[in-house]
Design a protein around this ligand. Structure first.
Ligand code: BEZ
Ligand code: FE
Length: 332
């Protein structure tokens, strides 16, 4: 028998009741040498048990939940992540993003990454199209990237991805030949990127699996409003994952994954200007999308994260040690 190292004297774990099972489960988990893991599992077990007590969880419901999670696992592949989808539709992804990437008032809001970002997007030059020809309604996209003081940021890597005109990402096609409707541009000296793409359309999140069935049972639709995804990376700055949403979309206020923020809704106009259209070999009738993004420095984000953590814990009436904005169980 291996020897179990215990940091705390263990009570005899028998004859446990619904009144003391929680306390004893926490004690046995406290053998972990990680203060953060101890805190996470203390709170997880406490909330999970209280949930079961409060709803008087029936055996049928307990097994239904187990079968649901099993089905989520079974449908997962290298390109299908049902658990992230579950986190998205439960609003957890939105919450985790907001806590981990806080923004000052003038920082561009972040939003859900979603499951369709890939690591094989090609690099494009200014003015090129990230979509292969024949896709959707052409759109010229012009963006500027600055810091929170308004200084243009050169050399920012900007990863962009969107669906085709049918609402499918390239990765959703079995015969995908390579990346399409996605690309990486780097901001110029003035912090600008200009590229061609297509007018975004609304589309349903993958809903042929357990999460889709759950949405149906909850009386919810699976649609996301039309959007284009962006991910900004620059040394010294907090990574910004966000999207721009097209104003007036039918799903603007009922996004299945809670990603829409007013500050990210943009007007899609016609290019109109003949010279501008000609410069990019487009027609004045094609679409124009313009937006200025503001990145938050690592230091600003870290300070804000710690401040927000302290305020949230105070509001919850929790008094614990906090290290780097994360509460821990400091008792050794
Ligand atoms: C997306 O916008 O690509 C997305 C986000 C969350 C879940 C599914 C799709
Ligand atoms: Fe999307």
């Amino acid at each position: 028998m291996p020897t179990i190292q215990t940091q705390v004297p263990l009570p005899p774990l028998k004859d446990l009741t619904d009144d003391n099972i929680t306390e004893n489960t926490v004690i046995v988990n406290n053998q972990s040498s990680s203060p953060r893991l101890r805190y996470l599992f203390n709170r997880l077990v406490t909330h999970l048990h209280d949930f079961a007590r409060e709803v008087r969880l029936s055996e049928e419901e307990w097994i239904a939940a187990i079968m649901f999670l099993t089905a989520c696992g079974q449908i997962c592949t290298d390109t299908r992540q049902e658990f992230i989808l579950l986190s998205d539709v439960l609003g957890l992804s939105c919450l985790v993003d907001a806590m981990n990437h806080p923004k000052p008032a003038n920082g561009t809001a972040g939003t859900v990454l979603g499951p369709f970002h890939t690591h094989d997007a090609l690099e494009f030059e200014q003015g090129e199209s990230i979509c292969s020809s024949g896709k959707g309604e052409p759109a010229l996209v012009r963006c500027k990237v600055t810091d929170t003081s308004g200084n243009p940021l050169a050399g920012v890597s900007v990863d962009i991805w969107e669906t085709d005109e049918t609402g499918h990402y390239d990765t959703q096609y079995a015969d995908r030949a390579g990346p399409d409707c996605r690309g990486i541009l780097t901001t110029d000296r003035e912090g600008r990127i200009t590229f061609k793409a297509i007018r975004p359309v609304s589309y349903p999140i993958p809903h042929d699996g357990p999460v889709g069935k759950l949405l149906e049972r909850l009386g919810r639709h699976p649609y996301r409003p039309a959007h284009m995804h962006f991910k900004f990376i620059k040394d010294g700055f907090d990574v910004l994952v966000t999207s721009l949403y097209i104003r007036g979309d039918a799903y603007e206020t009922t996004d299945a994954v809670f990603g829409v923020k007013s500050s990210l809704i943009v007007d899609l106009e016609h290019i109109s200007d003949e010279d501008l259209a000609q410069e990019y070999e487009l027609s004045p009738e094609d679409w124009l999308l313009e937006y200025d993004f503001v990145l938050v420095s690592d230091q600003e984000a870290t300070e804000l994260k710690i401040k927000n953590a302290e305020r949230a814990l105070k509001t919850l009436g929790v008094t614990v040690a906090v290290v780097d904005g994360l509460p821990i169980d400091a008792i050794e």
